[in-house]
Design a protein around this ligand. Structure first.
Ligand code: SF4
Length: 290
């Protein structure tokens, strides 16, 4: 397979054929993110993408899942995306779903009809990096959208029929009251957006990013492992979406949590409390992997 630069995918896409339709991220400005800093964003030419699909067909024969890379395949114009989806479902008879990261701007740049057409053509799941429900924090991390726009992006993706998977970042606000506020605002936005899945990852300082420089300059103090768990606890307590598939099992997390809300809430809170009481280990140095 042909790939340019480092490739990232959500943990749950480990079985998927990864098809690079864009290089980099169309936004590429978030202060905490280093994923695509060395890539200049561009959409790959359609003929190259179709060649890749033909190569994958020869190599894999058939696949059941495809994840569209890099950071935001929704930035590709709808007509081209529909051609890519058509080629994928034609090449792989067993293909069940195509998934992608969805930048909030790119989601809002498409009409609800375009998003519905993409979903009907097989783009069945969108992973939205909400990061936080706080408008102040979204501005501070330069996410490029307001809280209202982030909420609208998620709701639009869900209403288009997509299986919406939201990702938020524990520890992004730093310590103390901002940590609690971030958890409460995030729970409130998730409750309004109503995704089917929510992953709570933990902020990991990445060298070369503006937020990392803030840490070095003493302007931002990351949460401790204990504070990250307390923040996760506030988030978990305040989530009201039913049903919600909740995961906090990324290498960045201090304790692995996974379950369905609301029925598994008490068990997951008990796991956090046991870790806070020292009755189960807290991962002392989570992997610096995104
Ligand atoms: S967090 Fe997402 S939107 Fe922000 S720069 Fe990184 S890949 Fe792009």
């Amino acid at each position: 397979m042909r790939y340019e630069g480092d490739i990232y995918r959500p943990p749950g896409e480990w079985k998927s054929y990864l098809l690079q339709v864009t290089i980099g991220c169309s936004h590429n400005a978030c202060t905490f993110c280093s994923m695509y800093k060395n890539k200049r964003f561009r959409v790959r030419p359609l003929d190259e993408i179709l060649e890749d699909i033909a190569l994958a067909k020869r190599y894999y024969g058939d696949v059941r899942r495809v994840f569209l890379c890099d950071g935001d395949a929704l930035a590709v114009d709808t007509e081209t995306l529909l051609k890519i989806l058509e080629a994928l479902y034609h090449a792989f008879p067993s293909l069940e779903k195509v998934t992608t990261y969805a930048g909030p701007h790119s989601a809002l740049n498409k009409t609800p009809e375009e998003l519905s057409a993409l979903c009907r053509a097989g783009l069945k799941r969108a992973y939205l990096g909400m990061e936080t429900g706080s408008g102040e924090l979204l501005a501070a991390i330069r996410k490029g959208v307001t809280a209202e726009e982030m909420l609208r992006a998620g709701v639009t993706l869900r209403q288009a029929g997509m299986d919406l998977w939201v990702m938020v970042l524990i520890g992004l606000a730093g310590r103390g009251e901002p940590s609690r506020r971030h958890a409460l605002d995030t729970a409130a936005m998730v409750n309004e957006m109503r995704p089917r899945h929510l992953s709570a990852l933990t902020y990991t300082p990445m060298p070369g990013t503006p937020l990392y420089r803030d840490i070095q300059a003493g302007k931002f103090t990351p949460v401790t492992p204990r504070e990250a768990l307390e923040e996760t606890r506030v988030l978990l307590e305040n989530l009201a979406v039913d049903p919600l598939h909740f995961t906090s099992d990324h290498p960045s997390n201090y304790v692995t949590l996974k379950g369905s809300l609301p029925q598994d809430r008490a068990a997951m809170l008990a796991q956090i409390d046991a870790a806070l009481r020292g009755e189960r280990p807290i991962r002392s140095e989570p992997l610096r992997t995104l």
